[in-house]
Design a protein around this ligand. Sequence first.
Ligand code: FAD
Length: 397
Amino acid sequence: MWDGIIIGGGLAGLLAGIRAAERGKKVLIVSEGVGSLTYSSGVIDLGDAERLMNQKSHPYALLGERVVRSAAEYFQTLFPDYWGNWREPQFVLTPLGSPRKAGLIPRGLNTQALSETHKIILMALEGMKDFFPEVAKSNLLKAYPQAEVVLHPFRVEAFEAWYTLGKPITGMDCGKYWRTASGIETLKGVWKSLDSFEPDKAVVIFPGLTSVFSQPLREVQSNLPFSVIEMTAFPPSDGGYYLYRGLVQKFKALGGELLVGSGVKKVELKGKQCHKIIVNSKGKDSEFSARVFVLATGGIFGGGIEVTLEAAKEMVFGLPPFVPSGWTNSEFLGEQPYARMGVETDNQLRPIDSASKEVLLENVRIIGRMLAHWDPWVERCGGGVSLASGWFAGEQV
Ligand SMILES: Cc1cc2nc3c(=O)[nH]c(=O)nc-3n(C[C@H](O)[C@H](O)[C@H](O)COP(=O)(O)OP(=O)(O)OC[C@H]3O[C@@H](n4cnc5c(N)ncnc54)[C@H](O)[C@@H]3O)c2cc1C
């Protein structure tokens, strides 16, 4: 018998697992896939937390300030590479070179130095996919009008095979290469090539470089006479991938067990308690029992809620999701009501019946994108809700 079984190994499920395992609990995470972190920039968006805490039914309002703050602080204790605080927004650069608000950010993405500099050197690796140097330059000039922006195109021998085949170099290719021993040596040469630009008076922006969780890369950068600022990338993004890897390593180091590629297909309930889940892996069924179950299956995008023209269905426990009236907005980039679809809970994150507010399952907790009444795109709190609810569930296991 496990103390806790977490169904879904994305940001919310992994954080819940880490917190519970750290508290000495025997924890199993069962996950069909790797979650949406590998698509995300690796930045944790917390949104306007103080406003959202006062927004009726929002997960932040259910959980309260202590939980939101503790979860953000806990995450930073786990990963000191992340900078910022839950109350004040930081700014990071989008792949198009515009600053955008964010919550907790890898230190390499910190843009503070850009507001003070009079010279920005924008590194432009030849052949890089989804990076548009002229667009980025123009957006940087708009955002930091006090600075001149100098484009510095360069080519790297290690990518000769890409150039020969006419294959674009992805952000993942770059991120991986700069972390290797030969990538770090090449990087030192790239810094040297900037000597003629008087870089000590400049700030250097380097798309494709991701130093989070890489001690050697951080060391190389800390010895430079100028600041280097990294950029977020279009999905799939190596920043999100490295965060996923970091979370998995922490969870396993604490003794947690992770089964990836295993979907929960059936559950056994007795009254308001779940006793058992049945997991299908490689065509074979296995049963697992626990005291507490945490549902972290990622909502519509993660596969936790299936939507047809007729109905929406929660896929593991068959819980009735909250479905907003009028699912969509014909304005493509407008707020989409279906984003708020999810399972309603009490303030212990136990699923409730929307009408009667009665608790439906006493030993089940709902977290992350499975929760109702929030919208990660409009409220920009995708990572924040996953951290807060994941941390809280980890305390409950
Ligand atoms: C493209 C994209 C970019 C984003 N960018 C950002 C960003 O920059 N900053 C930010 O803060 N947020 C961002 N977000 C939002 C943020 O990533 C999510 O809100 C958050 O990670 C959701 O985490 P989760 O753990 O709830 O769900 P998920 O990450 O979706 O994880 C759910 C997991 O459950 C598994 N699962 C589903 N069904 C089952 C089953 N039956 N049995 C077992 N496992 C199952 C899935 O395979 C998956 O691994 C982005 C999201 C997307 C899609």
